[in-house]
Design a protein around this ligand. Sequence first.
Ligand code: M6R
Length: 616
Amino acid sequence: MCGIVAYVGGAAAAPVLVEGLRRLEYRGYDSAGIATLTGRTLNIRKTIGYISSLQSLLVQHPIAGTIGISHTRWATHGAVTIQNAHPHSDHSGRLALVHNGVIENYHELRGDLIEKGETFYSSTDTEVMAHLIGYFFGKNGKQGKIGLMEAIRQALGQVVGTYGIAVIHADVPGVLMGARHGSSLVLGVGNGEYLLASDTSAIVPYTHEAIYLNDRDIVCLGEGGFEVNTLTGLGSDYRITKIDFTIEDISKAEYPHYMLKEIFEQPASVSNAIRGRLSLEEATAKLGGLEASNIELRAVEHLILSGCGTAFHAGLVGKYLIESLAHIPAECEFASELRYRSLLATPSTTFVFVISQSGETADTLAALRESRRKGYRTLGICNYVASTVARESDGGVYMHAGVEIGVAATKSFTSQLTILTLISLLFGRIRRLSHTDGLRIIAELEKLPEKISQTLELHEQVRRIACKYAHAKSFLFLGRQFNYPIALEGALKLTETSYIAASGHPSAELKHGIIALVAPEIPSVFIAPEDSVLEKNLNNIQEVKARNGPVIAIGTEGNKSLARIADDVLFIPEAPEYISPILAVIPLQLLAYYIAVELGHDVDKPRNLAKSVTVE
Ligand code: M6R
């Protein structure tokens, strides 16, 4: 993904930009750069590594100016080098541009520009845009704001791909421009100052008034205020929105890492997912955001769930929830696969739910757009209000989980599971689910925040287990039915934070091949709560123990057989099978966290990752 922050106003730009980049660092942290204008002089500083390296560089080589752009990179085209870091410039060296997204036709554009005499210094797709804008700015012979805006329009007219950009030019002092297509860009409207950023966390210290730019919007900021237009020259249909979180919400508070803070926020985030959405009288869930009447909901014969990574795992639990509570056939597919599949389900009787914390994941968006193109009703389950998923779907349900900054998704996952339970309840109640069963599910949902708090009390025990196994070569995660996706999620959490190879499997698949891995140095983590498949799981645990494999088990409080056969047991509160994944995943999140800490890894900024993946 990458993060963009740009500023124009009365304050020194560099400190505002660096502070903003620090807040967006979770979006990418390979390299960073900043450009400011002091009068008609362009100043650029770039570095590889974290924002802290850029800060040190600016201490040695400070730059002044009250207007500037900046970027933190997650490499797509070109290695992690200073040349490839943003901002990029054109042949004149007077224009600076930062970019988030991918230019698909950069190869041909670059070839054309080289023929026209341009010289390239990086191997990025971004530099093509800087040269192209610079080329049109020079060629048109028009100066000032109008000239720059026209050059940006012409250049973007030739570009195929996705972009969020911010541009300054030394010949147009005091003016900052931005544009977006397929890559988020939000404008912060302050008191005599403006910020442009890839997300609101960078803006919130300065203003709570935001405009989420639409695709193909172009924005011009400066002393004269702000103008938002479309790239085709029409006035854009924008709205000023109030940002609904504070700077405290995006701080680490007393926690050493965002990941740990977010794990501990789950009683509150799950409560927020439920709040105001239960009707005791009708024993059902109220989800007005779905924008569908009961008649339309009753006509649904098939549900497709889709997402990437952790969101995909949530969808997989959703499939079990929907089939068992709502009695509707459901399937879950990776968004990256769904987007290229020939969907055979009947559009008029099928709903497609896309699940995405950020609402900006490229593959998820593509799956959403492909489903819409084929006439399916598409619904989003996402956390970011005004995200692209939220704006492009026919309706949906917000998670209200609060900002999630840790790259490893934690609280968003349990919120997604909670919402999928609400959706299953809603669909179930207009089908076969009785009033009594509906009330039973509601009662369980209401008890959930308290049970999550109890589960979090395991943290010290999990920390000890983490220290015991932190140096294991690899891990197996095993579970069945509702908890098979939790095995996948446990493995993903551990792999992405600790760089330990871990894989998740249905427990019964062990004997079909995976058992070959079982050995004293490879722990198996079994998710085996009290449910319809507990006995089967116990048998599988015996098979591992018989081959000297260490077993860590997640079980239901008071289960003696598990305590007898497993090496280490973590007991979660008793809960029905459909609720158990929400509780079972918590010790696995903690296990991944404590192992990563024990191994000395930067938990919030895992190697090679970024918070949301806005490229295919
Ligand atoms: O923002 P999204 O929910 O669409 O993100 C999807 C995945 O990229 C994300 O869940 C990823 O797998 C996380 N790093 C997992 O912890």
